[in-house]
Design a protein around this ligand. Structure first.
Ligand code: F6P
Length: 497
């Protein structure tokens, strides 16, 4: 398989942003795209039409078109695990048999939601969703972003094994009106199973007659859920070829589908499908996921940037940075190619970020004047979602625009401590409104951007072997075993005697 040759990318002219704007009056139009209610602007990055061409050539060398086709065709592109990555089939874009299977699973989920709404499982006001990683971050984001005005159900997503996380949810929930959704692709994850056991114990302790009757399982291992005690009729399966961090479109999205309503869930799938079609059919120089990945790779490979930051200028999207951390770092934080050869180029940068305007008063100092170059991504929404005077949303958006402008413009000063170097890159994603369709499109955009990054880096984004060793060692320690170093042995002894 081809290895990426970064020489052309690294040799690209590195003209300052201001110069790039002076030279080309059409720069904003050239380096922007509009897809599914989202405006993307990369004009304040150092991408140029020449750079885009160079990346398109690299994409051709790395077989992006064929790999994209293979992704949508349900071929086994997760080569290290010998299986397909079929999250797009969940939203109707994939191999016909996979799309049909996903539709079947969705129908089953819908039927159960109808039954819950009809109180067939008894009165339900609270949904306790228990899962971790991809089985929590996506659903949590969806409910937090879109469910603020929804009064259908009160949803809590509990992921951490720290009992304080479960305490917090249980303290406010009525056991007689709580439904527990245990979300785990494997149905073996220690944290999730312990939280699920404790939540069941809580139902029991509060006199709920049939605690297991209040549990729904969301999993790709239905037999394990049944073995654990969930009745088959309340197991909502999804397919093994949907990866954990790509699974919010499957039954893992159950709390969102329940809290927001089925129509909203379908609109989210449709928004994602619109982004998929754009990704599949649009030439690379106007292809949003591809252009975003080109900018990512430019900064990582040619400018030595080790991190990339996303700031959501919308409180409803406050969980976006955490969701992106798993998506990008678990997918592309790899050190070998898909064929197992060591890479000698940097793979995924560290994804971090926060919420605007809060972050301006905390971390933006480093972005403006620190010695490290951090490509920044701003995400904002034109239509306000709050109930306050317009001044709030106007301030929010104007601050976002001002930060991008300031990072780029800089400001000279005789006193260097007060000078801003400028020429610091940012991209901006501006949603017309935040609704299920635009959020679905936004999340699919991030998935496909992660895919393009992986293909050009020559790595497999769909495995995550790096998470296993720590799990094994924790298990060994829990069983009183494990061959630990002196420091760890001492720490265990201090904590447990
Ligand atoms: O859904 P599961 O099987 O409980 O796994 C939860 C998470 O754990 C991981 O395997 C990492 O440990 C993630 O990839 C996954 O999203």
């Amino acid at each position: 398989m081809a290895l990426p040759d970064w020489s052309t990318i690294r040799a690209l002219e590195a003209a300052p942003l201001k110069q790039l704007f002076d030279r080309d009056s059409g720069r904003v139009a050239t380096l922007s795209a509009d897809v599914a209610g989202i405006h993307f602007d990369w004009s304040k990055t150092h991408l140029t039409p020449q750079a885009v061409q160079a990346f398109a050539a690299l994409a051709a060398d790395m077989g992006l078109a064929a790999k994209r086709d293979a992704l949508f065709a349900g071929q086994a592109i997760n080569v290290t695990e010998g299986r397909a990555a079929e999250h797009t089939a969940e939203r109707g874009e994939g191999a016909p048999e996979s799309v049909a299977r996903a539709r079947g699973f969705h129908s089953r989920m819908r039927a159960l939601i109808d039954a819950i709404e009809a109180e067939a499982l008894g009165p339900v006001r609270h949904i306790l969703h228990i899962g971790i990683g991809g089985s929590a971050l996506g659903p949590d984001l969806l409910v937090d972003a879109l469910g603020r005005d929804a009064d259908r159900y009160d949803v809590a997503v509990v992921s951490n094994v720290d009992g304080a996380a479960l305490d917090e949810a249980l303290d406010r929930f009525d056991p007689q009106a709580t439904l527990i959704a245990v979300a785990s692709k494997t149905f073996t994850t220690t944290e999730t199973m312990l939280n699920a056991d404790s939540a069941l114990g809580w139902l029991e302790a509060h006199g709920v007659e049939d605690p297991y009757g209040r549990v729904i399982a969301l999993t790709a291992a239905p037999e394990k859920a049944i073995e654990w005690g969930v009745d088959e009729t309340r197991v909502l399966p999804f397919t093994e070829s949907v990866g954990g961090r790509y699974s919010l479109w499957s039954s893992i999205g159950f709390p969102a589908a329940l809290a927001l309503g089925w129509d909203a869930f379908e609109e989210m799938l449709e928004g994602a499908a619109e982004m998929d079609r754009h990704f599949r059919l649009t030439p690379l120089d106007k292809n949003a996921p591809a252009l975003a990945a080109f900018a990512d790779l430019y900064y990582a490979q040619a400018r030595g940037c080790e991190t990339r930051a996303t700031f959501a200028y919308d409180e409803r999207l406050r969980l976006l940075p955490s969701y992106l951390q798993q998506l990008e770092m678990e997918s592309n934080g790899k050190r070998v190619t898909a064929e197992g050869q060591p890479v000698d180029w940097p793979t995924a940068p560290i994804t971090w970020g926060g919420v605007g305007t809060d972050a301006q008063h905390a971390v933006f100092q480093l972005l403006h004047q620190g010695t490290r170059l951090v490509p920044v991504e701003f995400v904002g929404v034109i239509e306000a979602g709050d109930g306050q005077a317009d001044a709030h949303h106007n301030q929010l958006l104007l601050n976002m625009f001002a930060q991008g402008a300031a990072l780029m413009a800089g400001k000279p000063h005789d006193d260097l401590a007060r000078a801003y170097p400028g020429d610091r890159p940012s991209s901006t994603l501006l949603l017309d409104t935040l609704d299920p369709r635009t959020l679905g499109a936004l999340l699919a955009f991030y998935e496909q951007r992660t895919f393009v990054n992986a293909v050009l880096l020559g790595i497999n984004p769909f495995d995550q072997f790096g998470v296993e060793l720590g799990k094994e060692m924790a298990k060994a320690a829990a069983q009183g075993g494990g061959d630990f170093d002196p420091s760890t042995t001492d720490l265990i002894a201090r904590a447990f005697g």
